[in-house]
Design a protein around this ligand. Structure first.
Ligand SMILES: [Zn+2]
Ligand SMILES: [Zn+2]
Length: 264
């Protein structure tokens, strides 16, 4: 069989670069030194990493196409042209802030509406955080939350360069947020989301639930009263008590199953 197709969709090069960067970083500055590199359920998350690329790629591609159509139909061409004419750094900062505000709102909604929580619970079922854990997510979760945050990116006329910077920064930032590292960004922790900031979002402790929804800027959590800006410690335990099953296939169907075991 021709392996090009398979290697293409796994994107071996990108994964190797990620391993070469985060492997040593997680050894040098571990949040939990006792956590082995091949920790519990790493194979499940490796399957998420490889297989989810297809549905998420298709879903976000559709959102991008719809958003461009929406922009053409509803946003005046002069407005889009004036956005694209702004300096690249300004476009990038505004795009990131705007996208993260929508991400914040969608993420909070996924924690609030029970049917959406069952989808988002897959991501929160991680009990060992590291860079690979960033990939454990239901594709619907990623398509709806990330997709919504991309609508202004494609509809308002931001330049291709601003979009490219945003995508690259977001991808690496997400991996860093989940990695098993003790990094809090010191005085900049209020400005940019740190691993410490997002690790508290995953804490398995009711005192810390529903905090730190932003993906990039703690500003949104501070403004809307959901920030948990601890810098002195990392959580003891991650995960949730919901009965999320192990294994990729069962996690894909879990959000749509009735809770039948309650009666047993
Ligand atoms: Zn969450
Ligand atoms: Zn997370």
């Amino acid at each position: 069989m021709d392996m090009d197709w398979l290697l293409g969709f796994i994107d071996v090069k990108a994964i190797l670069i990620v391993i070469l960067i985060f492997g040593p970083l997680e050894r040098m500055l571990p949040a939990r030194p006792q956590q082995p590199a091949l920790r519990r359920a790493w194979t499940t998350d490796a399957v998420h990493c490889v297989v989810n690329r297809i549905p998420i790629g298709i879903g976000l591609g559709l959102v991008a196409a719809l958003s461009i159509w929406l922009g053409d139909a509803a946003v005046p061409a002069s407005f889009r042209a004036s956005v694209a004419a702004q300096p690249l750094w300004l476009q990038t900062v505004i795009l990131m802030l705007l996208a993260d505000l929508i991400f914040y709102a969608m993420h909070r909604l996924f924690h609030t509406v029970p049917a959406l929580w069952r989808i988002h619970a897959i991501h929160h079922s991680i009990s060992d955080l590291d860079w690979l854990a960033a990939y454990r997510i239901h594709p619907l979760d990623q398509i709806l939350t990330k997709g919504a945050s991309l609508i202004p990116a494609f509809a308002l006329g931001f330049s291709d360069a601003a979009l490219a910077i945003f995508f690259v920064v977001f991808q690496w930032h997400t991996l860093l947020l989940h990695s098993n590292v003790r990094i809090g960004f010191g005085p900049f922790s209020w400005l940019v989301a740190s691993p410490c900031f997002h690790h508290w979002h995953h804490a398995n402790d009711p005192a810390h639930w529903n905090r730190n929804f932003a993906a990039q800027f703690p500003l949104w959590d501070i403004l809307f009263g959901t920030a948990q800006m601890r810098r002195d410690a990392m959580p003891d335990r991650y995960g949730i008590e919901d009965p999320v099953p192990p294994g990729y296939g069962r996690q894909m169907v879990y959000p749509f199953q009735r809770e039948s075991k309650d009666a047993a």
